[in-house]
Design a protein around this ligand. Structure first.
Ligand code: CO
Length: 286
């Protein structure tokens, strides 16, 4: 047993089915009425379907300003292209960390006509001082995402943060994010230290697992908001249909505690800055 305080399970939220882009079906977990945001996280979408009709229309050209988008592909292939000359294909297990900063216009389109498409897009806010930074992409193929095995029956892909001496490739000093893909066999236990006052959540996407001393397991497609505490304790409960254990993303970050003015793909601090974003976009200044 550790002497550190374990983060309690504060509440459980289920995603809301919606569609975005040109009609892509997805579940919005953060950024919907039950959980409008979780500072510094503005949105979490899970997309997961075998039906091409649910994703084939993709996300044609659209702008972003003032925050970062993190796309983590589990299955399927997606091509992105923007108005600054960047282009690439996200493959299963890859991560794209895009800093929209002062603005870009991009498209995210499926690079397949059938088969399963599954993954997450997380929106991470930028502090006021960084909102107008030049846009930037960081793209990591699956082999660049290191894996840690901190305990028996536990396997962790470290996208950002540190687990058992293994560091993820992403650095973002402002929000200092941790982003882990955790796989837990039934009964296996995983403990992760996190700064006590950071926002933290868990989203289970296969099987089920328990948080701390909580009796009710968190089920697949449930998000658990974690309360304050120095560490997170997880225990695998049941396996999903797709693997030997439970799988979840565990995400944490430093809250910005700044005013948020948001409209669609623009996230600023004031209404005047939002208005400016519209004007700049319409004048082709992205
Ligand atoms: Co986008």
């Amino acid at each position: 047993m550790s002497a550190l305080s374990s983060r309690p399970l504060e509440r459980v939220v289920r995603g809301m089915p919606t569609s975005d882009g040109a009609g892509v079906k997805l579940r919005r977990v953060i950024g919907q009425p039950q959980l409008p945001d979780l500072d510094p996280f503005l949105m979490l979408d899970e997309f997961g379907t075998e039906r091409a009709a649910d994703y084939i229309a993709g996300f044609p050209e659209h702008p972003h300003r003032g925050f970062e988008t993190v796309t983590y592909m589990l299955d399927g292939r997606m091509r992105h292209r923007d108005n600054h000359g960047n282009e690439g294909v996200l493959v299963p297990g890859s991560v794209q960390w895009m800093t929209a900063g002062r603005g870009l216009v991009h498209s995210e389109m499926p690079e397949q006509e059938h088969g399963r498409m599954r993954g997450f897009q997380l929106w991470l806010n930028l502090p006021a001082r960084d909102k107008m930074t030049p846009p930037k992409y960081q793209e990591f193929p699956p082999e660049r995402i290191p894996r840690a095995t901190p305990a028996p029956g536990v396997s962790v892909k470290v996208i950002a943060g540190q687990v058992a001496g293994v560091s993820g490739p992403i650095q973002q000093p402002a929000t200092d994010p941790t982003y882990l893909d955790v796989a837990l066999e039934p009964g296996a236990q995983f403990t992760q230290a996190l700064p006590s006052d950071y926002a933290a959540f868990l989203y289970v996407f296969e099987g089920s697992l328990a948080v701390g001393e909580e009796a009710r397991p968190v089920q697949s497609q449930e998000l658990a908001v974690l309360g304050e505490g120095a560490e997170v304790r997880l225990r695998g409960v049941s396996a999903g249909a797709d693997g030997p254990g439970a799988r979840a993303i565990l995400v944490a970050g430093r809250p910005l505690r700044e005013p948020v003015a948001r409209y669609g793909p623009f996230v600023m601090n004031t209404r005047a800055e939002l208005q400016q974003a519209f004007e700049d976009y319409q004048a082709g200044r992205f």
